[in-house]
Ligand binder design. Structure first.
Ligand code: C5P
Length: 233
């Protein structure tokens, strides 16, 4: 038998659960571009389920660090990914910088991505609470996880603006932060996300690019809602 990743074997069953009027919205983009706020607002406005896929990679990174492991150790990180349970996504330490850096490392490992793909597709095509569809945000939703999404948004902002937002977010949470360091980390993470071989960060060819550098959250939401309505409803 030819070996295929688990997601390929499961795919027909997962897609069978998708009905003609399912609405799947993919929101991708680099860190701190505003995708999370935007995706959550879209899900609320359209009564769809919402999944922050970054929290899945963060949970894997956090559990590897908890065990004193190395986030670059592929078999160990993949074992953690395979054993992930929904409660792991509820940890309140997932947004910290150390966990974010570990998440970025584990997410570059093909076995980790493979282990997490079926979970993400299941969520999209069988959304919880009988919802008619789902909004997923991440890096490869439009290209790999849900290429069938009816609307794909690629949300960007300049690295300086994203670093400024992340810096203010950290200060507001009472954490120490140095802007220059946040900007440096942002650039390192962007380069790793865009340069990795498996599921690199890039817009799907049919994605709508939304640059939020000069938009506030409301403006970005209104622009995105218009696109989703035009493409999905
Ligand atoms: O979006 P967030 O910053 O929470 O994501 C944490 C890390 O997980 C990112 O640095 C990115 O490398 C990775 N990630 C990914 N694919 C996704 C979501 C997140 O590689 N779909």
């Amino acid at each position: 038998m030819i070996w295929r990743p688990p997601d390929e074997r499961r795919r027909p069953a997962i897609l069978a659960a998708m009905t003609a009027d399912s609405i799947i919205v993919a929101v991708d983009g680099p860190a701190a571009a505003g995708k999370g706020t935007l995706a959550r607002s879209l899900a609320a406005a359209l009564d769809l389920a919402y999944l922050d896929t970054g929290s899945i990679y963060r949970a894997v990174g956090a559990k590897v660090l908890d065990a004193g492991g190395d986030p670059a150790d592929e078999p160990a990180a993949a074992a953690v990914a395979e054993g992930l349970v929904p409660a792991d996504l509820e940890r309140d330490d997932l947004r910290g910088e150390a966990v974010g850096a570990a998440a970025s490392q584990v997410s570059a490992l093909p076995l980790v991505r493979c282990a997490l793909l079926a979970f993400q597709r299941d969520f999209a095509y069988n959304p919880p609470q009988g919802k008619q569809g789902a909004v997923l945000d991440g890096r490869d939703i439009g290209t790999v996880v849900c290429p069938e999404a009816c609307a794909k948004l690629f949300v960007t902002a300049s690295a300086e603006e994203r670093a400024r937002r992340r810096h203010e977010e950290l200060l507001a949470r009472g954490e120490k932060s140095i802007y220059a360091r946040v900007l440096q980390d942002m650039r390192t993470r962007d380069a790793r996300d865009a340069g990795r071989e498996t599921a690199p960060l890039r817009p799907a060819t049919d994605a709508y690019r939304l640059d939020t550098s000069r938009m506030d959250a409301d403006e970005a939401f209104r622009a995105a809602l218009e696109i989703v309505r035009a493409r999905c409803l």
